[in-house]
Ligand binder design. Structure first.
Ligand SMILES: Cc1cc2nc3c(=O)[nH]c(=O)nc-3n(C[C@H](O)[C@H](O)[C@H](O)COP(=O)(O)OP(=O)(O)OC[C@H]3O[C@@H](n4cnc5c(N)ncnc54)[C@H](O)[C@@H]3O)c2cc1C
Ligand SMILES: *[C@@H]1O[C@H](CO)[C@@H](O)[C@H](O)[C@H]1NC(C)=O
Ligand SMILES: *[C@@H]1O[C@H](CO)[C@@H](O)[C@H](O)[C@H]1NC(C)=O
Ligand SMILES: *[C@@H]1O[C@H](CO)[C@@H](O)[C@H](O)[C@H]1NC(C)=O
Ligand SMILES: *[C@@H]1O[C@H](CO)[C@@H](O)[C@H](O)[C@H]1NC(C)=O
Length: 595
């Protein structure tokens, strides 16, 4: 029971609406003013645990200053990269190539440029944080119909990685579907002053490259979004068993405009989010304030981490692990995932509210600074939450079979999911439509998110490490899944670009806009299949998700983790503590059954 205490502290902590919060630290730190800098992400750790270096950083405040910054670097053929206010991408997307590139921060490019209420168009600078964008639109009586659920992202950064909310209706769940124009600054020949502004209107073919660009085409200066009149929506979470999930997963997305679902395989339950647009006169002033995106007292966050680490010890039973995982799941359910009916308390479903109060949240970025008493739970300045976030989309045509496979895996031992999946956010599914963007989804899909334990030490395995390894490889290889560009461990990107039928068109635009690859880095070249591979093969690499194991040394043999086939998807290669006997006996059953 003692080990459950920190979870209770968290549970109580999130009940209180905290007044303050230390905003996240700056991802770029320089030792000499704006020179000699390091860059990392909001977690303080890229997927390979490295930190990047850059010669310097510049903070343009206008498009003119932006053009000057690109021209200065381009004339000297220096590497460039855009960083944002918080840099949330998990892989090394915000690193300039080499060690002496220049970082262009969009933190001060955060203004609204123009709102045309009649045409429902809004133009903003690319560094504008989603929170401010949503608020500015609402102030003009407009709404962005879909967005990520976390409002700490910048519009430029979230577009670059294809970020999304959830919808199969209208234009769908991804924000880039609402882009009808943008201005992008790219390198140019000396005759044009080394930098140029390209204006891409709704019908410009390059817009399909620029609206999801991984940041390798140039710096987006401004974005024009097609909005809708501000509307209200009505949310109800429905808890059901998961026995018919394979049959429900596709129709559910078609049934409700903003549907999503959260699957807890160990419990055998699904929280279906029934979420629809309602008439603006429907009473209700609901608010989303997602529990894990709130400011949390740091003593509680640290306590939760200590408890989580203790659950990783060998002498802990699955029963204890599942009991510990149950608590956050119950809290989420009881507190309606952080929804309130009036901004203060949750009194029951449905929660009806205006789009701008319901679509996204993230009060932990709101400040004011409180000396690190409270912060986002992943703030790297405290030893709080530290986790992997895998996100992959599977085409709707294939997702029922994927669900059935995961259920087969679950049925072998449901308790595996307690440490891996259930106790975090479950397996969260959001719908995204097929896109004309060259690096967007080729088919209507469901994007699944899994959060799981990450050790602070290289090569230390998680309990049941094989579970998520197998699910990921199944999704990506057996079902042709696509990794979210801004999430995942490195191995997920190996071969990903080959799954994009229009990748060649993207690369043509890249060669035209930035022929010298100034905005490209080692990582983006690996991911785009231009040079090298995104995997790193070395001792312990599969434990870190840097590779798929092909040898026991890629796991942690000295800690009892060996490279084994998957249990359901036998082509997978996972780090497992199962003995060879387990596989021999199960293979025999498989053989007998197939006779
Ligand atoms: C807590 C949390 C919650 C999240 N929730 C969601 C979610 O609900 N849905 C979802 O889809 N994703 C989600 N994500 C992932 C997120 O969408 C991506 O990581 C996103 O790219 C981060 O945006 P950012 O503004 O932090 O950009 P960064 O990570 O700083 O940048 C991403 C890339 O875009 C480039 N870039 C940024 N701005 C520009 C510009 N103006 N011009 C050219 N290139 C640019 C950068 O160089 C970099 O390559 C979440 C991430 C976190 C940490
Ligand atoms: C540059 O920064 C690094 C730390 O990132 C530091 O070790 C080094 O001394 C700095 N170099 C100079 C010239 O200040
Ligand atoms: C960055 O450093 C390089 C070389 O050290 C210099 O030429 C360039 O002007 C600097 N840029 C900025 C924006 O400080
Ligand atoms: C832009 O950023 C500055 C500095 O962080 C902040 O003070 C200001 O409120 C922001 N402006 C908008 C419109 O969000
Ligand atoms: C497990 O072992 C650690 C030390 O290795 C010990 O501190 C802890 O109390 C043990 N837990 C249980 C449940 O026995």
């Amino acid at each position: 029971m003692e080990s459950l205490l920190p979870f209770l502290i968290l549970a109580l902590g999130v009940l209180v609406q905290l007044c303050c919060c230390s905003p996240p630290p700056d991802p770029v730190v320089c030792t000499h003013g704006t020179a000699n800098c390091t860059v990392t992400n909001t977690y303080g750790s890229y997927t390979d645990r490295s930190i990047c270096h850059a010669a310097n950083i510049t903070y343009p405040r206008t498009e003119q200053e932006l053009v000057a910054a690109v021209a200065a670097a381009a004339s000297a053929k220096r590497k460039l990269k855009v960083a944002t206010k918080h840099s949330h991408s998990i892989p090394k997307l915000s690193c300039p190539g080499g060690r002496d590139g220049t970082i262009i921060s969009t933190a001060r490019l955060n203004r609204t440029v123009h709102i045309d209420a009649a045409k429902r168009l809004m133009t903003v600078e690319s560094g504008m944080v989603l929170r401010d964008l949503i608020a500015a639109a609402a102030a003009a009586g407009l709404a962005l119909p879909n967005s990520p659920y976390w409002y700490g992202l910048s519009i430029g950064g979230l577009l670059a990685t294809g970020a999304h909310g959830s919808s199969l209706w209208g234009k769908g769940g991804a924000v880039h579907e609402y882009v009808v124009g943008l201005r992008i600054v790219t390198p140019a020949p000396a005759s044009q002053g080394f930098a140029t502004v390209r204006e891409l209107g709704a019908d410009h073919p390059d817009l399909d490259a620029a609206k999801v660009s991984l940041g390798v085409l140039g710096v987006i200066s401004q974005v024009t979004l097609a909005l809708e009149p501000l509307f209200k929506r009505s949310v109800t979470y429905l808890k059901r068993g998961d026995s018919d999930l394979a049959d429900q997963v596709v129709p559910w997305g078609r049934l409700h405009e903003f549907a999503d679902l959260t699957w807890y395989p160990q419990h055998g339950t699904v929280m279906y989010r029934q979420d629809d647009r309602v008439d603006i006169s429907t009473p209700g002033n609901g608010l989303s304030d997602y529990l894990t995106l709130r400011a949390s007292p740091n003593h509680g966050t640290i306590g939760v981490r200590v408890a989580e680490e203790s659950m990783q010890m060998k002498n802990v039973t699955d029963v204890a692990r599942c009991a510990a995982a149950q608590l956050p799941v119950s809290v989420q359910e009881q507190q309606a995932f952080g929804f309130t009916n009036d901004g203060v308390s949750f009194t029951g479903y449905p929660v009806v509210g205006y789009q701008h109060r319901m679509q996204a949240s993230g009060t932990c970025i709101d400040g004011p600074e409180d000396g690190l008493l409270t912060s986002c739970i992943w703030d790297p300045r405290i030893r709080g939450s530290f986790f992997y976030n895998s996100g992959f989309s599977i085409a709707l045509s294939k997702v029922p079979a994927f669900v059935a496979d995961v259920q087969r895996l679950r049925d072998l031992n449901p308790d595996m999911f307690c440490t891996g999946v259930d106790g975090r956010i479950g397996m969260m599914g959001r719908y995204v439509k097929a896109s004309s963007a060259y690096l967007g989804k080729a088919e209507d899909s469901i994007d699944l998110d899994v959060l799981f334990y990450r050790s602070r030490t290289y090569g230390i395995p998680r309990v049941y490490a094989d579970l998520v390894d197998e699910i990921e490889q199944m999704a990506l290889n057996k079902y042709g899944g696509l990794p979210h560009w801004g999430k995942n461990r490195d191995f997920a990107f190996d071969g990903a670009i080959a799954k994009y039928p229009k990748a060649d068109k993207f690369l043509l635009v890249k060669n035209m806009y930035d022929p010298d690859g100034l905005f490209s880095s080692e990582w983006s070249d690996q991911v785009l299949g231009i040079r090298g591979r995104p995997t790193i093969v070395k001792k312990g690499c599969a434990i870190e998700g840097l590779c798929v194991c092909s040898d026991d040394s890629h796991c942690a043999p000295e800690q009892g983790y060996f490279c084994r086939p998957g249990k359901v998807y036998q082509e997978a290669r996972v780090c497992s503590t199962e003995t060879n006997d387990w596989f021999l006996s199960n293979m025999r059953i498989v053989c007998e059954n197939s006779q």
